[in-house]
Design a binder for this molecule. Structure first.
Ligand code: C2E
Ligand code: MG
Ligand code: MG
Length: 402
């Protein structure tokens, strides 16, 4: 019998005993909407509370536990507690998702998704209300496997969060390939007042990057008003930190969630939305309808492409020369539609349409998608005016019809 196996068995027994003796408790740290300040989620965090009332923090035993698969027993216990809590809150009219931490060992665990669904079903929790947190440091090895693992969890309907982003060595390159729903930005990236310009540039870029990948963002470890103020300017979605609340026992957490001031139905959400949030909502609606949006300056022969679902733009730069964009676009058209596309969207024709007082120009063509199939795409160019320049500007909205 190997030494590791013996160690494993001893630790598992210790943890099982602690669970049995109800010494392991799930605490909850609320997460707040960055704009409205309302509770919109929470994270379950373990506390080991000994008989004599001594509280042992996770940092004192999780790193040891995480050396082996023994930690899985704890994680499943916490996942079950989380489901119970989500379910009890729902029965009191509070519908929020709660995340639970899972160690890297689960990536190789057989039937992980089946276990998760079984627990959620036991407490009748809709899957999207359970969030699987996996720490960034677990992501640096076995990338192909992790991507598959995350895909499977999401396919089942659960949400996945990348925890502690920025604390380790994982590259943006890798994170972009993981189809996670949420990016949790580690507190090590935040100084107390976010005063350094370089720090702000890094953070702004991370939030922008997450937004473009359609990921929700949570800033962890927010302790000061200065941090909150800056995070709001980055369009951070949720705030988790001592500024608002520390991790707390379940009963206290329930009181926080049930407080009248936390009821979203108490106020009209639009009346408390800052203009930036309103603009974001509008963008969400636009991207729901139009998977590809292009801005162009016809006078200066330039464009900027915001492609959320990249249907035929894989090899096309995100910004560049407008004439080249049209050449690229024409190359992806069905041979019978190529001439129509070029005739409508070449710069000269668009400028002429603008001179004639047209508000928009629209055409339907068959365009080759990334899937290798021709799709019917309606492209509409709207002429728009910027207050400070005379240039002729265009916003192009492309809609896949079939
Ligand atoms: P984490 O998942 O990144 O959890 C966030 C940690 O940051 C928590 O520490 C929380 O108390 C702390 N925190 C939150 N806001 C602030 C703040 O404003 N300032 C400061 N200084 N800290 C803040 P905690 O509860 O001690 O947990 C430490 C770590 O232990 C967790 O980091 C997580 O990696 C691990 N952990 C906790 N529960 C579990 C579990 O059930 N399973 C596993 N595998 N790991 C767990
Ligand atoms: Mg966490
Ligand atoms: Mg974290």
């Amino acid at each position: 019998m190997g030494k590791d196996f013996l160690m494993d068995t001893i630790i598992i027994e210790k943890i099982e005993k602690a669970i049995e003796n109800k010494e392991l408790k799930a605490f909850y740290q609320p997460q707040y909407d960055a704009i409205t300040g309302r509770i919109v989620g929470a994270e379950a965090l373990v506390r080991w509370i000994k008989d004599d009332g001594e509280v042992i923090m996770p940092d004192s035993f999780i790193p040891e536990l995480e050396k082996t698969e023994a930690v899985n027993v704890l994680d499943w216990y916490m996942a079950e507690e989380t489901c119970k809590t989500v379910s009890e809150l729902r029965s009191q009219g509070v519908k929020i998702s709660i995340s639970s931490n899972f160690s890297r060992w689960h990536i190789n665990e057989k039937c992980f998704v089946e276990k998760l669904t079984a627990i959620a079903d036991r407490y009748q929790v809709p899957y999207k209300y359970l969030e699987v947190e996996i720490t960034e440091s677990a992501l640096i090895s076995e990338s192909a496997k992790i991507i598959e693992w995350v895909k499977e969890i999401r396919k089942a309907g659960f949400s996945v969060a990348i925890d502690d982003f920025g604390s380790g060595l994982s590259s943006l390159q890798f994170v972009k390939d993981i189809p996670a729903d949420v990016l949790k930005i580690d507190r090590s990236l935040l100084s107390s007042n976010c005063s350094s310009e370089k720090e702000r540039i890094v953070l702004e870029s991370i939030f922008y990057f997450a937004k473009r990948l359609n990921m929700q963002t949570i800033a962890e470890g927010v302790e000061t008003q200065e941090q909150l103020g800056f995070l709001r300017t980055c369009s951070c979605n949720r705030i988790q930190g001592f500024l608002y609340a520390r991790p707390m026992p379940k009963d206290k957490f329930f009181l926080c969630c049930l407080e009248k001031s936390n009821r979203l139905d108490a106020e009209d959400i639009l009346s408390v939305q800052a203009p930036t949030s309103a603009a974001k909502l509008l963008m969400d609606a636009i991207f729901m309808r139009y998977p590809l949006v292009i801005f162009a300056n016809l006078t200066r022969n330039s464009y900027y492409m915001m492609a959320y679902e990249n249907f035929s733009t894989k090899s096309c730069p995100a910004a560049g020369v407008f004439d080249e964009l049209i050449v690229h676009g024409a190359a992806t058209m069905h041979p019978e539609d190529k001439a129509k596309f070029e005739a409508t969207f070449n710069r000269e024709a668009l400028l002429k349409a603008y001179e004639e007082g047209r508000k928009s120009v629209s055409v339907v063509t068959r365009q080759l998608g990334d899937d290798g199939i021709y799709h019917e795409v309606e492209s509409t160019d709207y002429f728009v005016k910027h207050a400070s320049v005379d240039d002729v500007l265009v916003i192009s909205l492309c809609d896949i019809k079939g």
